[in-house]
Design a protein. Structure first.
Length: 72
């Protein structure tokens, strides 16, 4: 009877940890994905802000750059 009780306790513990591991990984992956999306959005917003502060030439607009003098 003691062995059966011990076996039940061990199997219940292993089963519960397996269930937690499966559900926990799904939540962790979703959390990582949402944090990545938030970081990307922040990076894009900061980059756009920096480009606006630097001016037109920082954005790669060639027409806004001054013309080069002809070679002598």
């Amino acid at each position: 009877m003691k062995h059966l009780r011990l076996l039940l306790i061990v199997s219940a513990t292993l089963l519960s940890s397996t269930v937690w591991a499966e559900g926990g990984s799904d939540r962790a992956i979703e959390r990582i994905a949402s944090m990545r999306e938030k970081a990307e959005a922040t990076l894009v917003a900061e980059t756009v802000k920096e480009i606006k502060q630097l001016g037109a030439t920082a954005a790669g607009r060639v027409e806004a750059q001054p013309a080069c003098p002809p070679a002598k």
